[in-house]
Design a binder for this molecule. Structure first.
Ligand code: CP
Ligand code: NVA
Length: 303
């Protein structure tokens, strides 16, 4: 029984398996060859934060594979009235086959995993967004083939999605350069752990042009994540030089693709022109969340 609390819970081999399986599932379903590998399986989604893509793609993916799902908003559960997480974990484990959790503290994901007797999947915490990291890399593989020879740039906040990209870079072996304003670097411990196993450089720089220079993949995310709403105004000023716009894209490789995990704030971290432009792959990227989640669920539940 395995949990996915962060990318590093999977080995390189396991990540490659899930990525290949996701691409295969997508191709098969599009050819009209669906799989029903999860008949009778039930996924619970315990969410404490908003979600469009993660929730709907997990629920739709589960149904496409023949399983079902139950969405549980924290405020509807006894958890919200003080029932301990460890009790919730053990009770849910008696009803369902896997639990996807979206929460604030990474320790909530880890506590659930400690007590659950079914796989726990991190559907985003303040520290990690492993499913996003995996499905983003799937999108790069779909568009570019091999990712290991590419330069990938991350422009903006050293946040949860950035952390999952750092761990993907370490596990799969690609060059990642993150441009973050001072004070908004990725977590130093996550960086250090990643660099210990990485076979290509994982760099943090201040200048977004330096990160983007000759990169084939440009990636960004909101300046203020969920839970940081109070900091949004202050962050807008600090992050203004980190906008992904047409000017910045001039430094990238001509064939560069632009990723954004969405939801996007047009005119802040990315311009409308770039988000809706020819280099943007954000809609395929959003779709791929579903195929990746399906592959991950198969790996966890069907072997
Ligand atoms: N990218 C992502 O996780 O989107 P949601 O917040 O809509 O789930
Ligand atoms: N960093 C963002 C990602 C949203 C999918 C957040 O945590 O709000």
């Amino acid at each position: 029984m395995r949990h996915v609390t962060r990318v590093f819970d999977l080995t390189t081999e396991e990540l490659n398996h899930v990525l290949d399986r996701a691409l295969r599932l997508k191709a098969d379903f599009k050819k009209g060859e669906p799989r029903r590998s999860l008949i009778g399986k039930v996924l619970a989604l315990l969410f404490e934060k908003h979600s469009t893509r993660t929730r709907v793609s997990f629920e739709a993916g589960m149904q496409k594979l023949g399983g079902t799902s139950i969405y549980l908003s924290r405020r509807d559960l006894q958890l919200d009235r003080g029932e301990p997480l460890k009790d919730t974990a053990r009770v849910l484990s008696r009803y369902v086959d896997a639990i996807c959790v979206r929460t604030y503290g990474q320790e909530v994901v880890e506590e659930l995993a400690r007590w659950a007797s079914v796989p726990v999947i991190n559907g985003l915490s303040d520290k990690h967004h492993p499913c996003q990291g995996m499905s983003d890399v799937m999108t790069v593989m779909e568009k570019k083939g091999d990712i290991t020879n590419l330069k990938v740039a991350w422009v903006g906040d050293g946040n949860n999605v950035a952390h999952s990209w750092i761990e993907m870079a370490a596990r799969l072996g690609f060059h990642l350069v993150l441009a973050c304003p001072e004070g908004y670097d990725p977590d130093s411990q996550i960086l250090e752990e990643a660099r210990q196993v990485a076979t290509k450089p994982i760099e943090v720089v201040r200048d977004p042009k330096e990160a983007v220079k000759d990169a084939q993949v440009i990636n960004t995310d909101v300046w203020a994540s969920m839970g940081q709403e109070d900091e949004a105004e202050k962050r807008k000023e600090i992050f203004t030089p980190y906008q992904v716009n047409v000017e910045l894209l001039k430094y990238a490789a001509k064939e560069a693709i632009v990723l954004h995990c969405l939801p996007a704030h047009r005119g802040e971290e990315i311009t409308e022109e770039v988000l809706e432009g020819p280099q943007s792959v954000v809609w395929d990227q959003a779709e791929n969340k579903m195929w990746l989640h399906m592959a991950l669920l198969e790996w966890l539940l069907a072997g």
